[in-house]
Design a binder for this molecule. Structure first.
Ligand code: DGL
Length: 271
């Protein structure tokens, strides 16, 4: 079977709404590219699952997207990038871009004192993927990590601001405030939905790092290198899939991604 060419779409996935923050960055940077998004809403949250389950769900989604003829896969989920990226790369016939290395690079670039906070799901924090990626960049960093398991359900519920979000975020972030970090990586693609709340909780001196823009830049570099870019001019197609409750996903996705989310198709996985 021949490899997908430049006209093929880019596949993007997450456990739910989170990866839409990356999809938006991709659509802004490369509007001419066609994008297929998969929200694995039947299995969200990934962050409290075992590494085996995370790897299995990620592989199922990657297989589905491969079947749609994608030319590149963006793993727009930190949890999946932390635990499943090497296996996805081995199995895929197309290049695979994760969010952790781009996020670490972006943080290293903005942190003046090298004191970097990482917030993410339990599974991402447990993996140690961010401290590893930051140390690999050199220059002596101090990393303070904090798992914030209730933030993904808050975002999936559409509670992106208000007193409940403020209280939960403040409580999770209190230790990071005390440890005087100068940059904090939003190490879960759901967290940019809560960015104003997180910024208020950490105060104006802490830079928030969202890996979406850097991941989009990395995707563009890979496509350029492989000569897989579609010519500029036309606007690419957008397709959305969810593994459960597509109507609910559509309603919330429109709040994030706009009215471009016209239809969300259901693709359930067998149990
Ligand atoms: N948005 C994902 C991440 O970046 C997954 C969150 C979850 O499902 O727990 O980690």
């Amino acid at each position: 079977m021949s490899r997908p060419g430049a006209a093929a779409p880019i596949g993007v996935f997450d456990s739910g709404l989170g990866g839409l923050t990356v999809l938006r960055a991709l659509a802004r940077r490369m509007p001419e590219e066609s994008l297929i998004y998969f929200g694995d809403t039947a299995h969200v949250p990934y962050g409290s699952k075992s590494p085996e389950a995370i790897a299995r769900f990620s592989a199922e989604v990657a297989r589905f997207l491969a079947g749609r003829g994608i030319k590149l896969l963006v793993v727009a989920c930190n949890t999946s990038s932390a635990w499943a990226l090497p296996a996805l790369r081995r199995a895929a016939r197309v290049p695979v871009v994760g969010v952790i290395a781009p996020g670490a690079r972006a943080a290293r670039a903005v942190s003046r004192r090298g004191r970097i906070g990482v917030i993410g799901t339990e599974a991402t924090v447990r993996s140690g993927a961010y401290p590893r990626a930051l140390r690999a960049l050199g220059g002596g960093v101090r990393v303070v990590s904090r798992a914030c398991p209730m933030l993904v359900p808050l975002v999936e519920e559409g509670w992106w601001d208000g007193p409940v979000a403020e209280a939960v975020v403040r409580r999770y972030l209190a230790p990071l405030r005390r440890s005087r970090v100068d940059a904090v990586i939003l190490g879960c693609t759901h967290y940019p939905y809560l960015k104003p709340v997180i910024a208020r909780a950490l105060g104006p001196r802490v830079r928030l790092v969202d890996s979406a823009a850097e991941t989009a830049a990395e995707t563009e570099r890979v496509l350029d290198r492989l000569r897989l870019r579609v010519p500029r001019g036309r606007r690419g197609r957008r397709e959305f899939y969810a593994s459960d409750s597509p109507e609910r996903f559509r309603r919330l996705a429109r709040r994030m991604f706009g009215r471009g989310v016209t239809r969300v198709r259901l693709h359930p996985f067998d149990a």
